[in-house]
Design a protein around this ligand. Structure first.
Ligand SMILES: Nc1ncnc2c1ncn2[C@@H]1O[C@H](COP(=O)(O)OP(=O)(O)OP(=O)(O)O)[C@@H](O)[C@H]1O
Ligand SMILES: [Mg+2]
Length: 235
């Protein structure tokens, strides 16, 4: 046993296309330890979201090994994968992905309904706790279109946290925000990191990567550590 939340060894993934197999991830090795906050930078099309989909158990690799919380995910059924996803992974997307005709509180209840470990009697308290954490306890009855973009992303982070996951997977979490709201979201993610949450952020933005303690770059499906001087250059 070790304290890795994620361990990837020799992961490969190709997509089939009429022009032939298109290799998208090549021999990816990655370890993310409990409590780390790391960034993955890389040009458009380099394979970042594909990697995140595999890490988030939405897609599977062709070859290689993936252990989530020391559990080999390759042999699990679809039901087991969905349980693992619900209990261990919190997702934050660029476009927030809130359900438009549900209030903030109703959006936050959605992942709880799939989590058999949480008693419905605890929903209201859980919802209030995560909304307080992101500074939006007074917005629980609002609909997403009654919130600013930055507030919507804070609700999305609250939703990602509500099942107390082991890791937050964030795909361009500041991509749709102005610089002031982006800074607020990074400050919130930094606070969560200080409290011990493990966070992986995919980004094009070097200033986002600078908030992380470790950064990697994806280039043509290959992942490698980002050297200090590369933080300063735009990807
Ligand atoms: N479902 C799919 N079928 C076929 N090819 C795909 C599929 N999904 C992604 N690809 C290909 O995989 C490559 C990597 O895509 P991916 O979405 O991972 O890139 P990305 O690094 O996240 O880019 P961006 O920064 O633009 O979001 C692209 O060349 C894309 O065309
Ligand atoms: Mg992407």
């Amino acid at each position: 046993m070790n304290n890795n939340v994620i361990t990837l060894s020799g992961l490969n993934k190709s997509f089939k296309h009429q022009s032939g197999d298109n290799p998208v991830l090549r021999q990816i090795n990655l370890q993310i330890k409990t409590g780390e906050m790391i960034a993955i930078l890389g040009a458009s099309g380099s394979g970042k979201s594909t990697l995140l989909s595999i890490l988030g158990l939405l897609d599977v690799a062709d070859t290689g090994n993936y252990k989530l919380c020391n559990q080999d995910v390759s042999a699990l059924s679809a039901y087991q994968l969905s349980q693992l996803r619900n209990q261990h992974i919190g997702w934050v997307f660029q476009n927030f992905n809130l359900i438009a005709d549900m209030t903030v509180a109703e959006n936050l209840a959605v992942p709880l309904r799939y989590n058999t470990a949480v008693n419905p009697a605890q929903y209201a308290e859980r919802i209030n706790n995560v909304l307080t954490l992101v500074g939006l306890a007074d917005r629980s009855s609002f609909y997403p279109d009654e919130l600013s973009g930055g507030q919507q992303q804070r609700v999305a982070i609250a939703r990602a946290l509500i099942c107390e996951p082991d890791i937050l997977l964030c795909d361009e979490p500041t991509g749709n925000l102005d610089s002031s709201n982006a800074a607020k979201i990074m400050s919130l993610l930094g606070d969560l990191h200080q409290k011990g949450k493990t966070i992986l952020i995919i980004t094009h933005d070097n200033s986002v990567a600078e908030c992380c303690e470790k950064a990697y770059k994806m280039h043509d499906g290959e992942l490698s550590p980002l050297e200090d001087e590369e933080y300063k250059r735009a990807v």
